[in-house]
Structure formats: C-alpha cells, structure tokens
Design a protein around this ligand. Structure first.
Ligand code: 1HE
Length: 269
C-alpha cells in the first residue's frame, strides 16, 4: 500500500526524497533557530502520519542554519497568551507529532548541530538515532524560562539520560556536549565532520533493510517498553511470527545458507 503525499503543502519543513528511499526533512525556519511554532508541529503530524504508507524508507531530520532546534516558539507562546487549556492542547499536538515519529515504523535519524534545547531535545529524543557533531549541545532551559517540558521530555529524555540527570538539567541549566553527551545517552554518535553526512550514511544503511523489519524495529520496541514483561514477550512473539516469516526475507535467508551473504565481523582495528 502506498499513498501519495503532496510535498508542496509544507512550508516550515523542506522535504527532499532521495533515490534510495531516504527522505531528507529540514526544519526550515533558521531565522527563528527552527523554533517549533504550532504550524510546524501540524506539518510534522501530517508528514509522520503519512510517511509509513508513502514508501519512505527512512528519514534524516535536520535543521537549516547553525542550530537544530531552539524548542518551543517562545515568541508565539508569549504573544498568544494562552490559557492552561489552550496550552494543554498545544502539548497534545506535540505528543501527536512525536508519537507518530517514534511509533510510526519509519526509521528517523536526527542530524544534530548547535542548539538541541528544550522542545528541540524533545523532538530529537523522538528520533530513533541521534548523531551529534562538535557544535552540538543539549539543554533543557525550561527551568530558567519559568516553564516546564510539555513535549514528552519527562518520558523520552528521562528514558535516555535517567531521572536524576534530567532533573539536574532542568534545575541548573546544565549543558551536555561532546563525548559526555554520548556517555550519558543523549546521542549515539559523535562525529568530527558533518552530523548530516553521518546521518545520511546511517539512513542509507537502514533503508536497505526490509520495510516490515524496520517497521517492527521502529514501532514494536517502543510499544513493548510500555508493556509488562509478560505482555511484551507475548507481543514480541507475535511480531516475530509476522516479520520472520515474511516472503521478502526468504532471499536473504537463502543467501546466508548458500554463503553469499556477508558475515558479521568485528570492526577493523
Ligand atoms: C526564537 C527562539 C525560540 C530563537 N522561540 N524565537 N528554548 C530556549 O529557551 C532557547 C531560546 N533560544 C536561544 O537560547 C537562542 O536563540 C539559541 C541558543 C537557540 C540561538 O542563539 P543565537 O544567538 O544564534 O540567536 P538569537 O539572537 O537568540 O535568536 C535569533 C532569532 O531567533 C531571534 O529572533 P529575531 O526576530 O529577534 O531575529 C530570536 O527571537 C529567535 N528565536 N529561539 C522563538 N525558542 C512543549 S513545551 C517546550 C518547552 C520549551 O521548549 S522552552 C524553550 C526552550
């Protein structure tokens, strides 16, 4: 099943599908440091609701300009003077967007540079792989702004770094970068060159997997983390029953059996 998606409808996202099925998705409000206004959130919902049915094999999510994302559009928030109920609904739209990313079944690789802060870190933590470079830094400045996280950080950032580190980041404005950011779990890769190039390489590798396998990896694991151990084991068996018997896997298994498939080897020293 494949549906068409009109890419010209997007204004705050620039979407560029590549020949290998990888879609480059750029946050394209660099003059606002890619801050997330409500229009951008709605575009993320539209994109990630449709992506699993478009033939998109992986997404590289990046930001135009020097910074990945400055979080909530503080100017829009300030000017809108929202009621508690209105901001609750804003947050629910953020959750809709980020859940579509995390649970949608399409691998999302975030290419991070500069500021990955506040809601920008909530966005990045919804991706499946995070790649940082030497300019990338992570923070949760909500505490200093008189705010609180509303886009899933209490779930995803706490999951990545642990409760104590997240509380420290919010109470003190602590910034993580470089090797320390990898060590605490904020990103899986740190590159000397371009995080975008590395993200494209990783996305290309993921896109070479079978789509149903990637769907399971980028949906089932997250769902199973929310289940009891017993339920997760049952669900895992059901998912494996479907994925591990898919007809498209037969050629790959045959290649292993006839010794034409690559073997798993350690990295070169
Ligand atoms: C913005 C935003 C924004 C920049 N909303 N407009 N997020 C924060 O607290 C981060 C706030 N931003 C910053 O700390 C800095 O802007 C940056 C470190 C990201 C970049 O610094 P810099 O020196 O490159 O840019 P700048 O001069 O601060 O900003 C350039 C423009 O971007 C300027 O607009 P201009 O019209 O005056 O040119 C800024 O106003 C605009 N800009 N960041 C709106 N965030 C669901 S709850 C989530 C809670 C949160 O995310 S709290 C937000 C945390």
């Amino acid at each position: 099943m494949s549906i068409g998606l009109d890419l010209t409808q997007f204004i705050n996202l620039a979407i560029d599908p590549q020949d290998n099925g990888v879609w480059v998705v750029m946050l394209s409000r660099p003059h606002k440091r890619n801050a997330l206004d409500i229009a951008t959130i709605e575009e993320l919902i539209t994109l990630f609701s449709a992506a699993p049915r478009t033939g998109c094999k992986a997404v590289v999510l990046a930001g135009e300009g020097q910074h990945f994302c400055a979080g909530l559009d503080l100017i829009e928030h300030h000017q809108a003077d929202r009621s508690p109920a209105e901001f609750m609904h804003v947050c629910l739209r953020w959750h809709e967007a980020f859940n579509k990313m995390e649970y949608g079944g399409v691998p999302v690789i975030a290419a991070l540079k500069g500021a990955v802060v506040g809601g920008g870190l909530e966005l990045a933590s919804s991706a499946h792989i995070r790649v940082a470079d030497e300019t990338t830094y992570f923070a949760l400045p909500e505490g200093q702004r008189g705010l609180f996280t509303g886009g899933g950080a209490t779930i995803r950032v706490a999951d990545l770094v642990g409760k104590a580190r997240m509380i420290d980041m919010m109470l003190t404005g602590r910034v993580y970068q470089g090797r320390e950011a990898v060590d605490v779990g904020l990103c899986q890769y740190l590159v000397e060159g371009s995080s975008f190039d590395k993200a494209m390489e990783l996305a290309g590798r993921a896109a070479a997997n079978l789509p149903l396998t990637n769907f399971a990896i980028c949906s089932a694991i997250s769902h199973m983390q929310n289940m009891s151990g017993m339920d997760a084991a049952y669900a895992e068996a059901v998912v494996a029953g479907i994925v591990n018997t898919q007809p498209d896997a037969r050629a790959r298994l045959a290649a292993f059996a006839d010794k034409t498939a690559a073997r798993v080897r350690p990295n070169a020293a």
